[in-house]
Design a protein around this ligand. Structure first.
Ligand code: ADP
Ligand code: MG
Length: 261
């Protein structure tokens, strides 16, 4: 069998007495779009936080391409080719679109203080290369957005802000993109448009792997090839959209949440 691109074995994350991830085994295969589902508080975002090195897990292993990345810093995980978007927007609204996207790439800059002082020319070239890259990437989303490269992000519509956040995660050409509720705060039409964009960018940049956390079931149905459902930090179901939605345990987990709400 193929080695998974990302593999969590017995992954456990405790916050005091609360077990947010409970001995989770989860594999993500190269090139797939995996949906990560589960009621609120089931551990989905925590999974992203642990994988990207924001939290050190209480137990278990995380392998990227068979290599242990447990205990790696967010920067190391990023350099290994894993990027993400956040559930809540993290754009700086006063900064330009360019700056917001390029931040995603500054972590790649090898030029430090020395270069700043003594290698201005090199820095200038690096900057110009980045402008070209960011412009090209925005252009794959749409031309009007690309034309707003040096405008403040605060002037953009909701969907364009989301696109900028996606560009920030894509600028480093990740192998694995983690999307945390990309449709939050958007209308159905905007969500569909954003999904079109994601699929289109993916067809242009190459079939990078995606894990998407999403509550909109029509989004999950449309773009995922496989789904994993969490409840209380445990995997309760795994399979195609049709399989997981027919699963009684999944139905109970979601209904239970509605009854409790
Ligand atoms: N930093 C933290 N400190 C304490 N508890 C946390 C922290 N992060 C998440 N949790 C708790 O872990 C559980 C899972 O949260 P989360 O992963 O955000 O759920 P989901 O994304 O599935 O809605 C929740 O009960 C949440 O309150
Ligand atoms: Mg969450």
């Amino acid at each position: 069998m193929k080695t998974p691109l990302l593999q969590a074995n017995g992954l456990t994350m405790r916050f005091g007495g609360l077990t947010a991830l409970d001995a989770l085994d989860l594999s993500v295969f190269d090139g797939e779009i995996l949906g990560l589902l589960g009621p609120n508080g089931s551990g989905k975002t925590t999974f992203f936080n642990v994988v990207t090195g924001l939290y050190a897990p209480s137990a278990g292993d995380i392998l990227l391409d068979g290599r242990d990345i447990r205990g790696n810093t967010p920067q190391q995980v990023y350099r290994a080719g894993v990027t993400r978007t956040f559930q809540r927007s993290r754009l700086s609204l006063t900064m330009t679109v360019f700056d917001n996207v390029a931040i995603g790439n500054y972590q790649h800059f090898e030029l430090g203080l020395f270069a700043n002082l003594f290698q201005r020319k090199q820095l200038r070239q690096e900057y110009e290369r980045t402008v070209e890259m960011v412009h090209a990437l925005l252009n794959t989303f749409n031309k009007e957005l690309a034309a707003k490269l040096f405008q403040p992000a605060g002037g953009l519509s909701m969907i364009d802000r989301r696109r900028v956040e996606l560009c920030r995660a894509l600028i480093s050409k990740p192998r694995l993109l983690l999307l945390d509720e990309p449709s939050a705060g958007m209308t159905h039409d905007e969500t569909n448009e954003l999904m079109d964009d994601i699929l289109q960018v993916r067809s242009q940049l190459g079939p990078f792997t995606i894990v998407i956390i999403e509550h909109e079931m029509n989004v999950i149905q449309r773009i995922t090839e496989r789904c994993v459902v969490l409840n209380y930090g445990k995997k309760i179901a795994e399979g195609s959209y049709a399989e997981i939605t027919a699963d009684p345990q999944v139905q109970v987990a979601y209904l239970g949440q509605e009854a409790a709400a």
